[in-house]
Design a protein around this ligand. Structure first.
Ligand SMILES: Nc1ncnc2c1ncn2[C@@H]1O[C@H](COP(=O)(O)OP(=O)(O)OP(=O)(O)O)[C@@H](O)[C@H]1O
Length: 241
C-alpha cells in the first residue's frame, strides 16, 4: 500500500482552480518530487495534504486512510510532518527549545522531548548549535532547524517545501545527503523544490504540474527530456545543457 495517494485532488479558490484533478502515489520510503512553474499549485496541493485546506474535490489517502477534512495537528499525531517555505522559528529561543516543540507532539515528558530533540540535532550535525538563539543561525542552519522540528515529531511522511532555496551549492549537496539518509531511516518524503539539480538527484519519481494539472510523471531523467515539461517549465536552455 502506498504511503500517500492522491485521487483526483481538486482545490478551487472562488473561480480559480489551483489544483485540478491531481492523482499520484508515493510508495513507502520513496522520495517524490513535485515541480512546476510559479503558481502551478504545488504549495496548494501540499496544504491540502497537510490539512491546512480542505480540498473541494478528490481523496487523500494517508497510509490507507482517507484524511480529507482532518486538521494538521491530528495528521501530525498520525505521522505527517511538514516544513514551510518561509522559515519562522521562535527566534529568541534556543535551537534545542525549537526542536523540543516538535518532540512534544509525541510525548508529554520534558526529559523525553529533550532526548528526542538532541538525537535529531545530532543526526543533522547541529548538536554543537543547540544552545544558540535560533535568530542567530545562518539560512542553511535555519533550514536544517526547520527539518529538525519536523523530524522531532517522528513522521512516517515528511513534506518538504523548498528547503534548499537560498543555499550555496555545497549546502545543497549536504541537504541532499540528509534527505536521502532520512529516507534510508524509513521516512517517506514528498518534496517541492525549484533547484533542478537537487530534485533530479533526490527523487525516485517526479510529478510535474502546470495550472494545477499533472502534465508528466516518471523517473527524473525521463521527465527532464519530456517535451511538455521543457515547454512549460524547464525551457530550451535546460534541455540543451
Ligand atoms: N489562499 C489562496 N487564495 C486564493 N488563491 C490562492 C491561494 N493560495 C494560492 N492561490 C492561487 O492558487 C494558484 C496556485 O498557487 P500555489 O502557491 O499553490 O503555487 P505554487 O506552485 O506553490 O507556486 P510557487 O512555486 O510560486 O510557490 C496561484 O494562482 C495562486 O495565486
Amino acid at each position: 500500500m502506498a504511503m500517500l495517494e492522491l485521487k483526483n485532488l481538486t482545490m478551487d479558490f472562488g473561480g480559480l482552480r489551483a489544483v485540478d484533478n491531481l492523482s499520484l502515489n508515493i510508495e513507502k520510503q520513496a522520495i517524490l518530487g513535485l515541480i512546476g512553474p510559479n503558481g502551478a499549485g504545488k504549495s496548494t496541493a501540499f496544504n491540502c495534504v497537510a490539512g491546512v485546506y480542505k480540498p473541494t474535490g478528490g481523496e487523500i489517502l494517508f497510509d490507507g486512510e482517507n484524511i480529507v477534512g482532518q486538521k494538521p495537528w491530528n495528521l501530525c499525531k498520525k505521522g505527517m510532518a511538514r516544513t514551510f517555505q518561509i522559515v519562522k522559528p521562535f527566534g529568541t529561543k534556543s535551537v534545542l527549545y525549537n526542536v523540543m516543540v516538535g518532540a512534544f507532539a509525541r510525548t508529554d515528558s520534558t526529559e523525553q522531548a529533550r532526548r528526542d530533540a538532541e538525537e535529531v540535532l545530532e543526526f543533522l550535525n547541529m548538536a554543537d548549535k543547540k544552545d544558540l538563539r535560533s535568530s542567530s543561525l545562518t539560512i542553511a542552519d535555519r533550514k536544517r532547524l526547520e527539518i529538525a522540528r519536523a523530524l522531532a515529531t517522528k513522521p512516517k511522511l515528511l513534506l518538504l517545501d523548498e528547503v534548499m532555496a537560498g543555499l550555496r551549492p555545497t549546502e545543497v549537496d549536504e541537504m541532499i545527503a540528509i534527505i536521502k539518509q532520512m529516507r534510508d531511516n524509513g521516512v517517506t518524503v514528498f518534496v517541492i523544490e525549484h533547484i533542478m539539480r537537487a530534485i533530479m538527484a533526490l527523487s525516485d519519481e517526479i510529478v510535474v504540474i502546470h495550472f494545477g494539472k499533472k502534465i508528466c510523471s516518471g523517473e527524473p531523467q525521463a521527465v527532464a527530456c519530456d517535451e511538455n515539461v521543457i515547454k512549460a517549465y524547464l525551457g530550451e536552455d535546460y534541455a540543451a545543457a
